[in-house]
Design a protein around this ligand. Structure first.
Ligand code: ADP
Ligand code: MG
Length: 460
């Protein structure tokens, strides 16, 4: 298989592995291969005729979704039995010469034993608090957590680069650094380098301006490079160019690259196309705001780490009222603990209310089912009665599924009640619709954004 096709399919499989059950993955996906690739037309070889049917009926949507996620617009996939087609045709976006350059550059840079940074300088920048142990896992970050653990267990082997994206304060830095800690725990001689992309930009500018030495060596002689907040490199073409070469050199030598950003690669507007395509080679996963239960677990765990045990009401009060991000949740908890200690009062709901009352009143506590349906319809420029109607057109079905999802996530409604609100008899549709959106939110940036926007409007 051609390297580009191999990399694409490997990246697709990597995501599928996290999407379907372990059993399904081993049975159906493991021995598949991308054998033909013309723009959006792909041919995938599967082991036998029976598998073809499974793929066509059961997995086609997932495969297409993930292909779209990997930059193939409107993919069309044909499944064939392995061995039936032999020739390999692949769309070449980057060209052969670049592949050659890449290996040559990597050989130049990594193959001839240059001075390596000492381990202490390479690893001191990790925050000791940011470990896997102290990271609370829930539905909003479980994929990211699993991928980060897989990377830590086999750096450079599995998802390379690992690209973590999401809003501020949701744990990207924490998770990226946890990989660094874990790599070092397993192999104390590993060279882990964590930098913010701002540091990368500044050091690069110094290197250009003052002809400072050692820039390339510093970044290229590592086993794991973590670049935090990639979005700051965007728009700075020279720096991107340099980063592109660093990336290639490391990737070629099977060194692990971990990148965080506020957006997925394809949504960072000023990223050069070839850097973007590099970033999409591996695995891009988003981290979202943890749900209520996870927020409770975070509050309780962090309080325990400070040697305080909060009662359940207080934990729930904080988790319920702070829905912006984990950093703010942590901030509110610390504020409460500090205030209670200074004033000698209990860290309970009353104290918390006094401190955070303004946050509590900033948002109405109750939205209604009607508001959810109306706002969702309005967001998609359709009528509320269409959401509650029976039409199966795609431009209505997706908003309808999102409305069901929001009724569940915002109002914790039961499935039968949700069906009733939408004028439906059979509540299995609600179950399927909600599952579908839950999954889409993890895989599809567009859906996630739409849901977030409607939610914002609900509480505006
Ligand atoms: P980001 O880099 O996405 O802006 P950080 O990684 O800096 O966010 O996280 C902000 C704070 O929230 C940190 O103190 C981090 O430890 C904490 N945090 C975020 N997510 C979690 C989580 N799932 N479990 C425990 N702590 C978390
Ligand atoms: Mg960060």
């Amino acid at each position: 298989m051609n390297t580009t096709a191999a990399a694409l399919w490997q990246s697709v499989l990597g995501e599928i592995e996290l999407t379907v059950s372990h059993g399904n993955f081993t049975t159906w996906f493991k021995n598949t291969e991308l054998i033909e690739h013309h723009d959006s037309h792909l041919t995938v070889a599967v082991p036998n005729v029976f598998a073809i049917r499974q793929f066509e009926v059961k997995f086609d949507d997932t495969v297409k979704e993930i292909l779209a996620h990997n930059g193939i617009t409107n993919p069309h996939v044909t499944y064939v039995v392995k061995g039936a087609k032999k020739h390999i045709v692949t769309r070449e976006t980057t060209g052969e010469s670049e592949q050659d350059n890449r290996s040559q550059r990597a050989d130049d840079l990594l193959g001839n034993g240059r001075a390596t940074p000492t381990r202490s300088t390479a690893s001191t920048s990790l925050n000791p608090r940011y470990t896997f142990d102290s990271f609370i896992v829930g539905g909003s970050n479980d994929l990211a957590f699993a991928a980060a653990q897989a990377v830590a267990a086999n750096p450079g082997q599995k998802y390379n680069p690992l690209f973590l994206y999401g809003g501020v304060g949701l744990g990207k830095t924490h998770l990226a650094q946890a990989v660094g800690h874990e790599v070092l725990r397993r192999d104390a001689s590993a060279r882990v380098l964590y930098i913010s992309s701002e540091t990368f930009v500044n050091e690069f500018l110094d290197y250009i301006r003052f002809k400072k030495k050692g820039f390339s060596d510093k970044y290229r002689n590592v086993d794991v490079l973590i670049v935090d907040d990639m979005q700051f490199i965007a728009g700075k073409e020279k720096t991107q160019e340099e980063f592109f070469h660093t990336f290639n050199a490391l990737h070629q030598a099977n060194k692990q690259i971990i990148i965080t950003s506020d957006k997925p690669p394809r949504s960072i507007p000023t990223l050069t196309e070839r850097l973007r395509s590099r970033l999409e080679w591996g695995m891009a996963i988003d981290i979202q705001m943890p749900d209520f239960e996870t927020r409770c677990a975070i509050v309780q765990t962090k309080a325990n780490m400070s040697g305080v045990s909060l009662d359940q009401d207080t934990v729930e009060y904080l988790a319920k009222n702070i829905k912006t991000n984990v950093r703010e949740l942590e901030g509110a908890l610390n504020q409460l603990l500090a205030y209670a200690e200074m004033r000698g009062v209990p860290a309970d709901v009353t104290t918390a209310e006094g401190l955070l009352g303004n946050i509590k009143h900033a948002r109405p506590q109750h939205v209604t089912a009607k508001q959810i349906i109306d706002k969702t319809a309005k967001h998609f420029s359709i009528e509320p009665k269409e959401i509650c109607g029976a039409k199966r057109d795609k431009h209505i079905v997706v908003p309808r599924q999102i409305a069901m999802y929001l009724l569940r996530s915002e109002l914790h409604m039961s499935f039968p009640k949700i069906s009733q609100e939408l004028g439906r008899k059979d509540h299995t549709t609600a179950i399927h619709s909600i599952e579908k959106i839950e999954k889409a939110i993890k895989l599809d940036f567009m859906i996630r954004e739409q849901v977030a926007e409607i939610r914002e409007k609900l509480y505006a």
